[in-house]
Design a protein around this ligand. Sequence first.
Ligand code: GLN
Length: 473
Amino acid sequence: MEILSLSALEIREKILTKKLSCQEVVKAFVEQIKKCQKYNAVLEIFDDVEEKAKEMDEKIGQGFKGKLAGVPIIIKDNILYEGKICSCSSKFLKDFVAPYNATVIEKVLAEGAIILGRANMDEFAMGSSTENSAFGVTHNPLDFDRVPGGSSGGSACAVALNMCPIALGTETGGSVRQPASYCGIYGLKPTYGRISRYGIVAFASSLDQVGIFSKTVEDNALMLEVIAGGDEHDSTSSQTAVDNYSCFENDCKYTIGIPKEIVQISQGMACQKNYQNFIDSLKKKGFAVKEISLDGISLCLPTYYILAPAEAASNLARFDGVKYTSRNKEAKTLQEIYKKSRSEGFGKEVKRRIMLGNYVLSAGLYDAYYKKAKAVQGKIISQFDKAFEQCDLIAMPTTIGEAFKIGSKPSNPIDTYKEDVFTVSANIAGVPSLSIPFGQGENGLPLGIQILAKKFDEKKIYSFANSFTKGEE
Ligand code: GLN
């Protein structure tokens, strides 16, 4: 039996019916991770996985039937798993051991998941390629010379290369959907507040959310069912009831909104033809397609690159060489500890964001940048509210084109920031969005289309994706 290509649901079913043991499953995936080492997707395979698999086999033998019983997963390196290193792919935190479990970790473990290891990422989740990792770039699973996307590039690559059926990532401005698109898999950014952020290393707290990578819609929905929900440890998590996301609605007569501004922005981009193909296939499949407007959507990118660095500058202040991180050996005074430790600990992009964030928050410039960006965010939220009065879902490209070559955007960071032009709007508005694999670019590499919905309408997105892709097969 080809274990590696099974979905999480299939693995669970085979384990519960004793066709496979959890130990066999874990062994197969661990071997695959080792075989794929050259991609540099996984920073560490946890040393207790065999033991955990054995325990799970015993538990299942006693009648345990968790939703993820025996399912191996991989987590991004910014999610706290008690007793394991959580480095955020930063050399500053390379020896930091998580003192407690993130809520998402508690939840997946309670349902029987086996956490195989931690995945590479852009340092502190800042980037779109994993080139900002202190531990080397991750390679695209379909073209070794290209990036897998980022910042959750390791998680995406791991799923695409069958190192696990599901992986967790995080999103602040596209870090799950963009790599999902580059690697040809599904990637969900849920509604802000849908999943607890407790135990996730903060980047920009008002935007951060855990996200899910999978090869099937069903697996993605299953994982959301497990990890969604309110949490007393995170006051921004929502108490809104958790849907049974994996029970798809059958009658998906949804109206899909196509924002005219997005059509315009995509003119001349590598994604343009694919977007049109998607719209055509929506019509062919009988979905109602409606032109809508998201006025000011092009302001999302500059807004994001003010708000996210501003929050990052505050959040990263805690890494000071005293707590959490490594400390410079020569520093003699407290000031020197801060200065020297942070100077040698943080990578270039992280330093850039901290400087940018402190700049837009500085007394004389706060009104012109941060305050203005917050006002624009308010306008964008109301544009989305208006749009969802006219349609159920909105479709737009996930990325401007295929995965780019490693090292092709080194000098000007703005070039990389532009990668996020389509993804950041969902984060700014706090709405859910799923990137689904659709079409290919001129080099034969995967492209993605993202489907956005009103807050807490993830079930509608999954139902659409299920009915759309079923028709594709
Ligand atoms: N590329 C974006 C950035 O660098 C997205 C990051 C993210 O979603 N974590 O900020």
